[in-house]
Design a protein around this ligand. Structure first.
Ligand SMILES: [Zn+2]
Length: 295
């Protein structure tokens, strides 16, 4: 009896302490960040002086391991030097000082914008940081972005006519709350997505009306969003990977220039592509089924 009680007590003790013994101690955020930094530095140093020099240039420009490691993670076989070159390839972050940024200029989005501007990717485009104090059209855009939980818009891609603003057609709006929500390299992709909308607007001044009709996103909007996110994949909302792969599978590489023209917002090319797809497709639904907006 006594032995049985002792055994039961031991079992109880083991069961009570089991979760404590098996759970790993939580890693403080600062430690995790420090470890990432050290890992990235070692990774760069292992590849010699050139990579190390690039690494220290990145540090001086205020980039951290969090900006660097996703590149390594995306292609583990790539050398540190290639990944570092890719980051530096978007342009010197200290350059692009003449880029037009309306709002604080030290945020991640502003740094990403200036680096793209220095590389010539933001010609004629202005970055507008919005706050809750904005009124009129800017205030409307701010509230819409906050309500829809979107980080950025050019206006017409949300059905908003921006012709009255001085930045038209090259406006990219970002709410102040979001400027540091993602890393500099994350913002580079989002800004490239928005710059494609600016190009679509330049080819189609009716874009705001073509994107939203009777309060609903159109098929044209679903198509243009997939194009804007093609290869960037900033959000799963637009199914860019699946939709663009299906489109190219059906129309073939011989029609790639037509796809590119339609993606730049050209309405006539869009209608031609849509008719061509519907003529060629034999199963799985037509163009309008493929690009039905789901957001
Ligand atoms: Zn978009």
């Amino acid at each position: 009896m006594r032995r049985a009680t002792l055994l039961a007590l031991i079992c109880l003790l083991v069961l009570a302490t089991w979760p404590l013994a098996s759970a790993a101690p939580p890693v403080p955020a600062a430690d995790a960040r420090h470890r990432l930094e050290a890992q990235a530095r070692m990774w760069a140093m292992a590849e010699g002086p050139h990579a190390t020099e690039l690494w220290y240039r990145l540090r001086r420009l205020g980039l951290s391991a969090e900006d660097l490691l996703p590149l390594h993670g995306a292609a583990p076989g790539r050398s540190a030097q290639a990944a570092l070159d890719e980051i530096m390839g978007v342009g010197e972050l200290s350059a692009g000082d003449d880029a037009v940024v309306h709002g604080p200029s030290s945020s991640n989005v502003a740094r990403a914008f200036r680096s793209l501007a220095a590389a010539g990717e933001m010609d004629g485009i202005e970055l507008v940081i919005l706050t809750s104090r904005d009124d009129d059209l800017r205030g409307d855009i701010y509230r819409l972005l906050r309500r829809r939980k979107f980080r950025a818009t050019t206006g017409p891609d949300e059905g908003i006519d921006t012709r009255s603003l001085s930045c038209y057609p090259g406006c990219i709006f970002v709410p102040g709350e979001e400027v540091d929500a993602i890393s500099v390299s994350g913002w580079v992709d989002v800004l490239r997505h928005e710059a494609r909308h600016v190009e679509q607007l330049r080819h189609n001044p009716e874009m705001a009306w073509d994107f939203v009709q009777n309060g609903r996103r159109t098929i044209y909007a679903g198509f243009c969003e997939a194009c804007a996110d093609d290869g960037l994949y900033t959000t799963p909302l637009y199914y860019a990977r699946e939709r663009m792969a299906r489109l190219r599978e059906v129309v073939g590489t011989e029609n790639e220039s037509l796809v590119q023209r339609a993606c730049r917002g050209d309405r006539a090319a869009y209608e031609t592509l849509r008719a061509l797809f519907d003529r060629l497709v034999d199963e799985g639904g037509g163009f309008d089924v493929l690009f039905q907006p789901a957001y």
